[in-house]
Design a binder for this molecule. Structure first.
Ligand code: NAD
Length: 332
């Protein structure tokens, strides 16, 4: 069987997902949800979605009665993920939700509980969890190839343009660079190190308070400590282009990846060999694998469920708290 997916929020990332899904073997676009009638019209033509499967934000609850839709991929601004995910789950459909899954841990917890009760899957769009070179490094670390892991560095950023976009609106974005791109270093630290952090410290730098208003972080450096003694040192920013680098070091070896989370190809090397797994469009693999998780009960090598998303939200909350207090925030 094929997973029948409706896309919600027909913006720039949804367009990338839609194109990537044209090469999927297990997932298919069968529905569209948008507040803009002209987008519904052009997208339904482009992706051969019948008009009966097109909805807006007032009508999408009716997907409940539509057997052509198994799951909805929520690709709206961050602060809308929670209400939209709850709406989809209430209609009895599986939820695939973009990162960050919400704008704080409290909302993420509510989403996990609600989807569990509704009996639907909640998966987060962590496309790197299915990427070949990433899995190669994670499997090498699991096999002990780097020895005891000691250090991780994650650098995630880009220079943001248009000052009027939702990403720079605290209400819709729930924060700034940390929510949008810094989350890659947080999530990456966790799967590269293979442990959950027990403390964080963080420092904020704001060079443009006009563009980056109250509640929208421009640049944050942060550190995470892990139970074994591993330390991660990371940078999240909206002010530097081409910042996309992971470095993992243990007692016996290292892995470096640059770019590490961009749309690819992911490049890098370990102390043993170059990372040269073939590049496949991330969103194609992601949607095929998510179909296998939902339809066949397949287990992801690196989880992509709501609990996994929640872990990142708990850390983001702690980082914002550490910025405010200037102190160390314990996570356990
Ligand atoms: P975008 O602005 O291009 O698209 C957002 C869409 O949401 C637009 O079509 C907009 O019309 C719609 N929308 C619905 N209700 C809205 C409202 N009340 N206010 C504003 N817009 C509303 O943004 P995007 O880059 O596509 O990002 C969407 C989500 O996808 C974000 O959560 C982002 O973090 C995530 N994303 C993930 C990746 C990834 O690689 N996993 C990449 C890019 C974006």
């Amino acid at each position: 069987p094929v997973l029948k997916v409706a896309l919600m929020g027909l913006g720039s990332y949804a367009a990338r997902v839609a194109d990537a899904m044209q090469s999927c073997k297990r997932a298919k676009i069968t529905g569209l949800i948008s507040g803009t009638p002209s987008k519904l019209e052009s997208w339904s033509k482009k992706y051969a979605v019948p008009e009966a499967n097109c909805y807006n934000y007032e009508t999408y609850h009716q997907i409940k009665d539509n057997p052509d839709i198994d799951a909805v991929y929520v690709i709206t601004p961050n602060a809308l993920h929670k209400p939209h995910a709850l709406g989809v789950a209430a209609a009895g459909k599986h939820v695939i939700c973009e990162k960050p899954m919400s704008i704080n841990a409290k909302d993420a917890r509510e989403m996990v509980g609600f989807c569990e009760k509704a009996g639907v899957h909640l998966l987060i769009g962590y496309r790197m969890h299915f990427e070949g070179n990433t899995l190669k490094v994670v499997n090498m670390r699991r096999d002990g190839a780097f020895g005891e892991i000691k250090f991780f560095q994650g650098l995630s950023g880009f220079r943001i343009g248009d000052p009027n976009q939702w990403r720079l609106n605290a209400e819709l974005a729930g924060g700034g660079a940390m929510m949008d791109i810094g989350i890659y270093s947080i999530n990456g630290a966790r799967y590269m190190v293979g442990e959950e952090p027990i403390w964080v410290t963080a420092q904020e730098v704001k060079t443009d308070p006009v563009k980056f208003k109250e509640g929208v972080d421009e640049t944050i450096t942060f550190q995470m400590g892990f139970p074994s003694g591993v330390v991660a040192s990371c940078l999240s920013t909206y002010s530097m282009n081409y910042l996309d680098k992971f470095f993992l070091n243990g007692t016996n070896g290292y892995a470096e990846m640059q770019p590490s989370t961009g749309y690819g190809p992911i490049k890098g090397r370990t102390h043993q060999w170059p990372l040269d797994e073939p590049h496949v469009t991330h969103q194609t693999t992601q949607m095929d694998e998510m179909a296998a998780i939902i339809l066949d009960g397949k287990k992801a090598s690196i989880p992509v469920d709501g609990e996994e998303g929640l872990k990142d939200m708990v850390i983001i909350d702690a980082i914002y708290k550490a910025v405010k207090t200037g102190g160390k925030v314990n996570l356990v």
